[in-house]
Ligand binder design. Structure first.
Ligand code: UDP
Ligand code: MG
Length: 320
């Protein structure tokens, strides 16, 4: 069995690829580990694919996938993961910012120290301040929300035990949250290794400032989906009930006040001319809608729920 699979997402990185592959070989040959390279060309419009084709003829085991169009780094990683056969899977960026020198030690940490996932930590970063500053903030929030003690969630250089990559599913732009997704899937032995980082040598970054907006929205949805995917009614039902009951309560109270006023001969405003009435109305309608949304979500989960939703660690079937 191959010991190592190295997954490399590629989006317009033609200048870097040959240099990267040479550097990887230079590190891997002396280590004696058997390895394969898994390139995923994420719809590059430059010459990346023809360079990958050339590299695949060099004798190193190369698997490569080419997308019709650009789907994003998460899609590239997910597709690459499905094609790996190594006991340990490494992901690294194609832009020469991550150093292959770290690979043997990452491999050792997974195999010997028993980590499910080891994330790189670019302690000294060679990126512009506009990227490093928000990134610190982002890492702090993610750390608080997830309880995972990592300094650098989004580092491209990571190592995984084979079973992790075969059991998690990354979509959208969730590559920033792989450690969270892994933890929620039961892979909680998460480690960290300081890694060397270098400035981008060729080309330019593929993520602009929108990365921060998307990053935070994704963090909200990833936490939400994790908590309520299996039982959305627990979320919508609770909110809907609260809203409906408070609307009902206000309505009953308004009617009660009106009747009491009439009995005592006091002057009471029309129910429909009181602001509270409208509040009650909105609360009632929103409550019903939330409830219905919960039902719809439940129906969707029950129709799409599959056995594969549960990650099975071991299984015994004695006596058959
Ligand atoms: N990448 C990709 N698809 C995309 C954007 C990026 O496969 O839509 C790859 C890119 O080729 C590189 C890695 O993801 O190998 C990280 O991208 P980049 O270096 O631009 O990110 P940064 O280092 O600026 O965070
Ligand atoms: Mg980069």
């Amino acid at each position: 069995m191959t010991q190592l699979s190295i997954v490399i997402p590629v989006y317009n990185e033609e200048e870097s690829l040959a240099e990267l592959q040479a550097w990887i070989s230079q590190v891997m040959e002396p280590s004696g580990l058997s390895y394969e390279l898994v390139y995923v060309d994420d719809g590059s419009s430059d010459g990346s694919w023809s360079i990958i084709q050339d590299l695949s003829r060099k004798g190193i085991c190369v698997k490569a996938v080419r997308f019709f169009r650009n789907y994003g780094k998460s899609a590239a990683l997910d597709t690459g993961f499905a094609r790996t056969s190594g006991e340990v899977v490494i992901t690294m960026d194609a832009d020469l910012q991550d150093s292959p020198e770290e690979i043997p030690e990452l491999y050792r940490m997974i195999k010997e120290d028993g980590f499910d996932l080891v994330s790189g930590w670019k302690r000294k970063r060679y990126d512009p301040l506009s990227k490093t500053l928000p990134s610190r903030f982002f890492n702090r929030v993610t750390r608080l929300l997830s309880g995972i003690k990592l300094h650098d969630f989004n580092c491209g250089l990571k190592a995984y035990d084979q079973k992790v990559v075969k059991n998690i599913h990354i979509y959208g732009e969730m590559h920033r949250y792989i450690p969270l997704i892994a933890k929620w899937n039961g892979f909680s032995r998460i480690g960290e290794k300081e890694v060397a980082h270098r400035p981008r040598k060729y080309g330019s970054t593929k993520f602009g400032l929108e990365r921060f907006v998307h990053g935070f929205l994704d963090l909200i949805s990833v936490s939400f989906v994790n908590r309520y995917r299996k039982n959305p009614m627990h979320f919508f039902g609770l909110l809907g009930t609260l809203s409906f009951v408070s609307g009902l309560f206000i309505t009953v109270w308004l009617i009660f006040e009106k009747i009491r006023g009439l009995r005592l001969g006091l002057h009471v405003r029309e129910i429909t001319s009181q602001p509270l009435f409208f509040l009650a109305l909105v609360a009632l309608i929103v409550g019903v809608q939330l409830f219905l949304t919960g039902f719809l979500a439940e129906m969707m989960t029950s129709s799409t729920a599959q056995k594969s939703d549960y990650n099975i660690e071991e299984e015994i079937n004695a006596g058959s």
